[in-house]
Design a protein around this ligand. Structure first.
Ligand code: ADP
Length: 347
């Protein structure tokens, strides 16, 4: 089956906007107060000791601020940062230039660190622990190993799948922080600040309307704002009113809960074709003509979080909230114990 990309145009990562809207200092970041408090103490102590910060691991879903923290922390420390990505580091030799270019107390950021190949991960162990690496010079019988001392540095790792990180790697991070979703109030604040940065007028009701559809995620809030701005510029006078925000969202199929067309298609397939479940993921995927991986990775997490479906050992089930949201009647068989409320997870 063709693996279908279900990223809507307005959700495509826009790197320049990410950079333009990204807070420069920790003080400019909204929310994540507990994480920020821990980091501020660690930064303060490292500065006083004149030592590098301990290695830091951030985990959490995409768009919640992992890269933002990784760029703000070096600024607070007054040191440089190099950015790398797990899947691009295919062999130990790929990471050597990053390690040899490190400056005293500088930061090496590795995004998607759970996707580092095992050999690279193991190569990093001595670098992280003792600030040294072995480099093999030459080949065959004339090969020699050079033991190289590195500058003391801080590794910042980011992962969307903390569970996929090996135990030994995880244990080498002194600070491990989980980034959670943002409240409506926090998202509205981010949206208002960014509207100012972009010099676009967004009415207060429109700002909360857009935040409500941002799935608890600052990157999504930014994308909603950028689309509403473009829509307002093209269709009206450039001001994002409540009506403009609603029309802009409707045009790209984003509803009041932040669901996109694919999310609703999933729920309506589950309800219409499978009477609300339980249904197996493969069966749902075949019916929708989408790969099961796509559904599991990209559609289900938000539906589960929104309590619109549950995943039990017997299959996927729509919750009463899903019926309500799609304005569909709950079948009477379900109400009499034949389906919907027979869905309590076994595990
Ligand atoms: P991640 O690395 O977790 O995928 P990013 O750090 O790239 O996410 O965040 C995406 C965008 O969201 C950033 O460019 C920034 O504009 C915004 N953002 C993230 N976290 C915050 C925050 N705490 N306060 C304000 N804006 C934020």
């Amino acid at each position: 089956m063709v693996r279908e990309s279900i990223v809507t145009p307005e959700e495509q990562p826009s790197e320049e906007h990410d950079i333009a809207l990204r807070p420069k200092r920790i003080a400019d970041m909204v929310g994540q107060r507990e994480v920020i408090e821990v980091l501020q103490i660690a930064i303060d102590a490292a500065r006083k000791r004149d030592e590098p910060l301990g290695h830091i691991l951030f985990d959490g879903p995409p768009g919640l601020g992992k890269t933002t923290f990784a760029t703000c922390i070096p600024r607070e420390m007054g040191v440089s940062v190099q950015m790398a990505s797990g899947p691009a580091l295919k062999a130990p030799k790929d990471i050597v230039p990053y390690l040899t270019n490190l400056e005293d107390r500088s930061v090496l950021f590795i995004d998607e660190i759970h996707r580092l190949p095992k050999a690279v991960e193991e190569y990093l162990y001595t670098a992280m622990e003792d600030f040294r690496i072995d480099i093999v010079l030459g080949e065959g019988v004339s090969a020699r190993t050079l033991n190289l001392q590195l500058k003391p540095f801080t590794l910042i790792g980011a992962t969307t799948r903390a569970g996929m990180l090996s135990g030994p790697m995880r244990d080498r991070f002194q600070i491990r922080e989980h980034l959670g979703f943002y409240s409506l109030q926090e998202l509205t604040e981010i949206l208002n600040r960014n509207a100012e940065k972009l010099d676009v007028e967004v009415e207060p009701i429109a700002a909360s309307e857009l935040s409500r559809r941002a799935r608890g995620t600052p990157r999504v809030a930014n994308n909603r704002l950028l689309w509403a701005r473009d829509y307002a510029l093209s269709k009206v006078d450039g001001i994002v009113t409540d009506q403009v925000a609603q029309d802009a969202m409707q045009m790209i199929g984003i509803d009041e809960l932040g669901l996109d067309r694919q999310d609703r298609r999933y729920l309506s397939t589950l309800i219409r074709v499978f009477s609300g479940g339980p249904a197996g993921i493969e069966a749902i995927a075949h019916t929708m003509n989408v790969s099961a991986d796509t559904l599991v990775d990209e559609v289900e997490p938000f539906l589960l979080r929104s309590e619109l479906m549950i995943r039990s050992s017997r299959g996927r089930c729509a919750t009463p909230l899903a019926f309500q949201h799609l304005k569909l009647d709950i079948p009477s068989t379900a109400l009499s114990g034949g389906g919907l409320f027979d869905q309590i997870p076994d595990a």
